[in-house]
Design a protein around this ligand. Sequence first.
Ligand SMILES: Nc1ncnc2c1ncn2[C@@H]1O[C@H](COP(=O)(O)OP(=O)(O)OP(=O)(O)O)[C@@H](O)[C@H]1O
Ligand SMILES: [Mg+2]
Ligand SMILES: [Zn+2]
Length: 506
Amino acid sequence: MTARLYSASISGIDGVEVEVEADIRPAPEPHILIVGLPDTAVKESTQRVESAITNSGLNLPLGTIVINLAPADLKKQGPGFDLPIAMGILTCATNANWETEAWAIIGELALDGSVRPVKGVLPLVIEARNRGKKNIVVPQSNGMEAAAVQGIAVYPVETLKEAWRLVSGELMPRPAICPPTTFEAEYDVDFSEVKGQAYARRALEIAAAGGHNILMSGSPGSGKSMLAHRIPTILPPLTDEEALETSKIHSVCGLLKRDAGLMRTRPFRAPHHTISDAGLMGGGSSIAPGEISLSHNGVLFLDELPEFRRQTLETLRQPLEAGEIIISRASGTMTFPARFMLVAAMNPCPCGYQGDRRHACKCSPALVEKYRKKISGPLLDRFDMIVEVPAVEPSTLVSAPAGEPSAGIRSRVTAVRELQHRRYSGTRFRTNADISGKTLQAHCRPTPEATGILTQAIEQLGLSARAHDRILKVARTIADLAGSGSITEEHIYEAIQFRAFENRLR
Ligand SMILES: Nc1ncnc2c1ncn2[C@@H]1O[C@H](COP(=O)(O)OP(=O)(O)OP(=O)(O)O)[C@@H](O)[C@H]1O
Ligand SMILES: [Mg+2]
Ligand SMILES: [Zn+2]
């Protein structure tokens, strides 16, 4: 007889159903053959499955066992088919009669028969649920992640034997408990730890409120990394939909925390400047999401910005505008979400101490010029805000009281985000940072006095038309934070400050 079981494979960040058929033909020796476009990990499944069945005290049938994975044209990846293959063989060999149609099965096997965690369980469970499966067997440590999906009973198992006893009715089925769907984000860092730095704190609040990309320049140890790490803590809480989207991407990359449900915190990703294009943008032979997609709904932090290859930074332009990345390879085309806040840091010069009050800069003017050229022009245009972050005085570090906690800042940011959400409903824009063209003109009209100041500043500072629009968008956010419908002089003045430093970089 043949047996047909159901499993799933990952394609991009989604699951695709895969049928696992098993057939046994008489032969003197046991032998497993897998057909249906398996990759190397799937081919190696035969070895693991043989050992796992035998070491579980179950019977490996004599004969040639043919495993067919369908649909045939889908490339099957990874070791997650071990468990359904083993259970298909057992079903076939024992003529067991269980409701295979109602179940989906996922898991890698170790040689001793224990079930190992696999990547991408979250989208795989979503796929099974959407196909109308009632139950799913998953590896124990993927249980919480799987149980976050509503509408399907999740059975986490530790061994092949346990899975087999479960489906064949020998074990009392006890589905995993769904993790709570409403939760408070808990971060292990907080803005209260940052002493002084009133200007940088204010800049980051504006950036977070309007979704503006921000570049910080300052000497070593001035606190740029410290500040950047705390940005997710002042962004609005993840919505259910965002939590699911972000968790799916992390699940596919095997980065979701074990024994936890969906992600509760916004991602913060800080790739090193030596990162490959595929690592940053996504790609590789099986087209996996890159850092920009892992930052989706969170923060992408590029520390030591001038050290990144110019070409690499140029490729960020398209996803920054589109909020997604399209990757084309011979093996196909994938679209991954990539809507993130870009935060970058740099030193003002190669030694790092130009403008520092306590250290002398050792760099020649020519060297400083060369260093700054690395990020001039089009790259600076990626940032709505550029701020100087000078080191706080040692006396401040010692004696200043704790700063305002993240929760207070977050509530102001959230209110302003909600305002933007309402204002831009029905458009493709979400935040002040996104808007352009007519929408920008309609919503960023300063008072005549404020317009006068802006025109004057543009002339004096020699700013570009792009910089003009950026100042307007930042001023819109500043006015929103102040609860003001119109953009007045003080809002424009403050927004201009975040562009003034640019001239020293150009
Ligand atoms: N304002 C501050 N309040 C409290 N601690 C601070 C502050 N500024 C700096 N520190 C302390 O100094 C350490 C170094 O700061 P951080 O690593 O963020 O500097 P940086 O600007 O990123 O430096 P680099 O340019 O070398 O990367 C922090 O981990 C923190 O302990
Ligand atoms: Mg740093
Ligand atoms: Zn220097």
